[in-house]
Design a protein around this ligand. Structure first.
Ligand code: BGC
Length: 465
């Protein structure tokens, strides 16, 4: 009798333990000092950025459905409300960008009232206990600068650095983290190769030239920022750039050509711009020779990661063809991007192995009308980050793209990336359920079953994919 009794108790206990273990699947704790927040860029949210090249591009009917950014999210006027909301969601960092075309509307004339506006913005963030990370160039340029040829102008870099110096002098006491350039490869690719963004060029020669120029621009900006802090006796800031990373796989595993194209893209997209910062040499496409300064010009890596791409070789189309997966069995976003969290894990591992510098996830997000998909996307990407961290990768923070649905460049207002939605008539902010799940994660620094159960019951199976 006693034997049966003991066996029954053992079985019950084993079952309970198994159940507990299963439930424990969601227990991820991030370090206390880990930064949580969101990313945005000036033109996409501020509204009425009438002095830049994008505004002009929009007036020419270049955006999907001939949309224009117009008032965007009116963040220029509503930043206080937005930051309060971020605070209520327990965010500890926010990445924003300074709109150069507001500060220097006419060449050489710096606008003090616009500089003061950004001082107020940064002060407000600090008041809410949120650390700012400030980007100096996020795709938009003053109209006068673009008209002169932007970074192709022989003095383009000098002009940009003049703006950097001024901004850092005026705002540096309020900023600890600077991002010099957002996604140099994406900017050059769309603007100078594919021609989908201003200035709408299709030239491989210009593409290469601008990209190389941006490499030098980052190095000069890095040194300028450090110098200004030294001159003012401020504590040295952390300076990096935000780089877009994509995971590439061959479309057909058995095809040597597909594989070759995917390896080539891994190099072109993920490594080309980045290599000098750990090798101290020019990358292949930019020529030969040393670039010592690069190794000393990066304090952290800003990693922007969204999706995976399938590559294949086609002798009929462009021989090097890359496309977003069409296979219907893979999970995709409204943008048709393939959701692939493992790509983030792999890129973190590879990147850290090479560069050995702290990494911030400066962008990661999903455009979708299905907010449960967003919750699942965030949790799975955080899982990938956590795994990389457990294996030694030094990740310092996660900034979801984006706080609010905003103006998505060539796609206008058709791609809702936000944790918060917006009524386009009244500009009322409408938090989505995903913002609550994310807030609970930001508050506790943990992802647990109770968080998932409380806010995302019913979609556990989707998260567990
Ligand atoms: C850019 C953002 C953009 C996001 C989503 C990133 O490449 O930095 O400005 O909105 O991707 O497409």
């Amino acid at each position: 009798m006693l034997y049966y009794y003991a066996t029954a108790i053992t079985i019950i206990m084993v079952k309970k333990r198994k159940k507990r273990q299963k439930e424990k699947r969601y227990f991820m704790r991030f370090p206390k000092e880990f930064y949580w927040g969101t990313s945005m860029s000036a033109h996409q949210v501020e509204g009425q950025n009438i002095f830049n090249d994008w505004w002009e591009w929009e007036q020419r009917g270049k955006i999907l459905n001939r949309q224009v950014s117009g008032d965007a999210c009116k963040h220029y006027d509503m930043y206080r409300e937005d930051f309060k909301m971020m605070k209520s969601m327990h965010h500890s960092m926010h990445r924003l960008s300074i709109e150069w075309s507001r500060i220097e509307q006419t060449e050489g004339q710096f606008n003090t009232s616009e500089i003061n506006h950004y001082r107020k913005v940064l002060k407000e963030l600090k008041k809410q206990g949120i650390t700012p990370m400030v980007t100096l160039f996020h795709f938009t340029l003053p109209h006068w600068f673009a008209k002169q040829g932007a970074f192709l102008h022989p003095d383009g870099r000098k002009k940009f650095i003049r703006y950097v110096r001024r901004v850092v002098q005026e705002l540096g006491d309020l900023v600890d983290y600077w991002v010099t350039i957002n996604e140099p490869y994406v900017y050059t690719n769309f603007g100078y190769w594919e021609g989908l963004w201003p200035p709408g060029k299709h030239s491989l020669f210009k593409f290469r030239k601008v990209l190389k120029e941006l490499l030098h621009t980052h190095i000069d900006a890095y040194q300028t920022i450090k110098k200004v802090y030294k001159e003012n006796d401020w504590t040295a800031p952390e300076v990096g750039f935000a780089k877009s990373f994509v995971w590439f796989d061959p479309q057909k595993k058995n095809s040597i050509m597909s594989r070759a194209v995917s390896v080539m893209y891994q190099y072109l997209y993920n490594k080309l711009f980045f290599r000098p910062f750990y090798t101290g040499r020019y990358p292949l496409l930019f020529g030969f020779g040393k670039l010592h300064d690069a190794k000393k010009s990066l304090d952290f890596v800003g990693m922007n990661y969204y999706f995976r791409c399938a590559c294949h070789f086609s002798a009929f189309k462009s021989p090097l063809h890359m496309r977003l997966r069409t296979n219907t069995s893979v999970e995709r976003t409204l943008f048709n991007w393939e959701v692939f969290p493992k790509g983030l894990y792999r890129l973190l591992k590879i990147t850290y192995r090479k560069i050995k510098k702290p990494i911030f996830i400066t962008e990661n997000g999903i455009s979708t009308l299905d907010d449960t998909q967003r919750i699942s996307y965030i949790v799975r990407h955080l899982e990938a980050i956590h795994r990389a961290m457990r294996e030694g990768v030094d990740v310092r923070g996660y900034l979801y793209w984006s706080f609010i649905d905003n103006f998505e460049w060539a796609e206008g207002y058709t791609q809702p990336f936000g944790l918060v939605g917006m009524n386009h008539r009244t500009f009322e902010r409408i938090p989505k359920p995903s913002s609550q799940v994310y807030a609970a994660i930001c508050k506790t620094g943990k992802i647990t079953d109770s968080i998932i159960d409380k806010y995302a019951k019913g979609i556990k199976d989707r998260i567990l994919k």
